[in-house]
Design a protein around this ligand. Structure first.
Ligand SMILES: [Fe+2]
Ligand SMILES: [Fe+2]
Length: 371
């Protein structure tokens, strides 16, 4: 992940510098700091690669062959800015000076002058000739096999979304959640059904964030596999993404406890489906499904689990799918108190629960999906 962090750092600093350049004069401290940081990063990258290529196509930025979707607001703004300026590629060569970088940033940010007035020594920019938008951007810049990181940046967006939903509740917009689900759907289309590959790309120091994104990936794959229409997949994906929102209200020392939970602590955690459902009732999610899935995702097929429900009460299929994905991700993920399990081991443990813990038909579909 370190490499991607470095590269996204270049893109974000470029975006921030350009934003700042349209607000502040060149002498302003904020601009100076951002430009200095960006220059350092570019020096490091060009020192290593000679030339650092950045491409902008559609809703992607590609840097040194790594594609990033504009999920982060700064990155999204950068991509839009470049589109506005008609710039599809930029290359920075080794030896770039702070002065040339500043001129370029002000040229892009200001949008007043044409670049032709400048002599660029170590910067090249322009259009990528003869490339349509549907072509995978990385194939433009390199013939390396694709390394999909379409979800990079999604964890930070999701963390902010969960926090703002838990904090303000009413009035929060879940559009960023929808964007994440759309990116997940796109990622799965591109990567086929390589769920394990896709979910290993996510990591955030907050377990709930990583877990929520992973569960969303698995549930979207299940829903596509089951043949739900696209709009339903979106709804189901959003519900899966938000299934553990109630955990934002559980004290961190209980959530992250390494040892066994005592009864009281377990009861606190077991409240998260109800807390989440109450939270989601106050938020406009476009449907009741997120609320339903939050409430039901720990109820087992035989109606054990929590919260208590009457036997025979119907459980939504999206809740069953989320419950399956939830258990799978929990088993596959490393936790401080337990090692992560191999796919085969996780699956063989889960098979014990077919027809008791898990709805049998959906469970079979899930196994089929894992292949
Ligand atoms: Fe949960
Ligand atoms: Fe969960």
């Amino acid at each position: 992940m370190k490499r991607q962090q470095e590269l996204i750092g270049v893109l974000l600093d470029l975006g921030l510098s350009i934003q700042a350049s349209s607000v502040y004069p060149e002498s302003h401290q904020r601009v100076q700091e951002l430009l200095a940081r960006l220059h350092n990063r570019l020096q490091a990258e060009t020192g290593r690669l000679n030339v650092l290529h950045i491409g902008f196509l559609g809703d992607h930025a590609v840097i040194d062959e790594f594609p990033f979707l504009g999920l982060n607001p700064t990155l999204d703004r950068l991509i839009r800015k470049m589109r506005e300026r008609g710039i599809e590629k930029i290359s920075f060569r080794e030896g770039i000076t702070p002065g040339e970088l500043k001129r370029f940033v002000y040229f892009v940010g200001g949008g007043r002058e044409s670049g032709a007035e400048h002599r660029w020594e170590c910067i090249n920019y322009g259009k990528i000739q003869g490339v349509s938008e549907d072509e995978a951007p990385m194939s433009v810049l390199s013939s390396q096999p694709s390394r999909s990181h379409v979800l990079l940046g999604a964890t930070d967006v999701l963390k902010n979304l969960l926090l703002s939903m838990a904090g303000e509740g009413k009035g929060t917009k879940v559009s960023e959640g929808r964007d994440i689900v759309a990116a997940v759907m796109k990622g799965l289309r591109k990567e086929g059904m390589l769920i394990d590959t896709l979910i290993r790309l996510q990591s955030h120091d907050d377990y709930t964030v990583t877990h929520s994104l992973n569960v969303c990936v698995i549930v979207v794959a299940q829903a596509v596999h089951a043949g739900f229409p696209e709009a339903s997949v979106q709804e189901i994906g959003l519900a899966a993404l938000l299934h553990d929102i109630g955990k934002e209200m559980i004290p961190a020392h209980i959530l992250n406890k390494k040892g066994r939970l005592d009864t009281e602590e377990f009861e606190r955690i077991a409240e998260h489906p109800v807390i989440g459902a109450k939270l989601l009732r106050k938020i406009e999610c476009g449907s009741d499904l997120p609320m339903i899935v939050s409430f039901e995702h720990h109820i087992k097929y035989d109606r054990s689990g929590y919260p208590d429900v009457m036997f025979g009460e119907a459980i939504h299929p999206a809740s069953y799918m989320t419950q399956i994905a939830d258990v799978y991700d929990a088993l596959r993920t490393y936790r401080p108190y337990r090692k992560s399990l191999e796919r085969e081991t996780a699956v063989s443990i889960m098979k014990e629960g077919r027809g008791t813990e898990f709805e049998p038909k959906l469970f079979d579909d899930f196994l089929d999906l894992l292949g």
